[in-house]
Ligand binder design. Sequence first.
Ligand code: FAD
Ligand code: PHB
Length: 390
Amino acid sequence: MRTQVGIVGAGPAGLMLGRLLEQAGIESVVLENRSRDYVEQRIRAGVLEQGTADMLVSAGVGDRMRREGIVHHGIELQYDGERHRIPLSDLAGGRAIVIYGQTEVVKDLIAARLASGPPLLFDVDAVSVAGIESQRPSIRFTHGGGAQTLDCDFVAGCDGFHGVCRPAIPAGALRTFERGYPFGWLGILAAVAPSNDELIYAHNERGFALLSLRSPELSRLYIQCRPDEDIAEWPDARIWEELHARLGIDGWSLAEGPVLEKGITGMRSFVTEPMQYGRLFLAGDAAHIVPPTGAKGLNLAIADVKLLAAGLVDYYERGDRRGLEAYSAACLRRVWRAEHFSWWMTSMLHRDDTAGDFGLVLQLSQLRYLTTSTAAATTLAENYVGLETV
Ligand code: FAD
Ligand code: PHB
């Protein structure tokens, strides 16, 4: 088999890259080691920055998002038993966010690709990349029992944090930056109308909580827990009790409903530099991870592949390599901004026993500043909706 761009991974990064290349008439093959059902059901992010939503539309995969996505113009910060609204759009030049699940983005991208034809193979095994320093890199894999080699001009490593592409780069060629957190998030999807019109990020002495949503009938809720916590110790009743305790304020109550899904996610910050080696380009979680508090992971993945697709288009249409050569540095400027924002939101909102009373009072001081100073709130707002020029 041969193609122009071999794409490893059918998450948001790989699928969107495939879509953008298809629009530009560049061939690609997408290889995914999980089943279609698995990748379509994997519940993850839910907040699209304005720029991400605009890209879905311009890529011709935004119709359902425009119908079913919910536009939000603000979020609420809660601390000391009170809620304060941050009017995102007023502060960030009219830009907004769209609530639309990553599962739905992935379903729309898969449906579009399967309808128009370029190869997308699920359930591939034993994926490895070779020859990335040469002009003719290749991807080896098995599919349906048979071993295959896909020869490519370029390989896009869109295979997430645990994928095979980043480790294929010689260790000496990469610099990695990493930070762990003593926090995890226990997340549930519940069949109940969201109890608030906007997201609520709640600072609480029992730990952080977040009220989010997926649709008018589906709530998405999170509580801070230990990263190694056993989900078996969290029956639904205990989760609701904790959510009530952390999110409740006078005159408002949280509506409960059947829990459809629950899981625990650890948190880390991680960056690989550079995001390219020879003819292998990394995009999305394969190159960087943020803790979810800033809602940036999916948005960064989409921003990466926008730049990668533009670089590839310049290369194929005009033989111009400058976009590809600048890819890593251009991505990393946005990545580091999001790394800082996500670390900052995480540090400000989570209960951290290692930081003591000093840490707690600093958090509250920062929250008060954000909710009383337009300058401070603007900093949060423009980062949250996504900076256009980083
Ligand atoms: P991924 O979505 O990870 O896609 C990579 C794809 O590559 C996967 O389909 C994987 O199966 C495939 N793959 C892996 N290895 C191979 C291989 N060897 N061969 C072929 N295919 C391979 N962000 C938020 O903003 N909010 C959240 O609430 C949130 N929750 C999250 C929960 C979890 C458990 C995780 C892991 C991430 C979460 N994120 C969240 C982050 C966000 O979902 C990611 O940033 C986003 O999925 C990145 O997209 P991606 O395409 O780069 O990677
Ligand atoms: C979500 O809805 O899953 C969500 C929302 C905001 C975040 C993280 C996750 O910061």
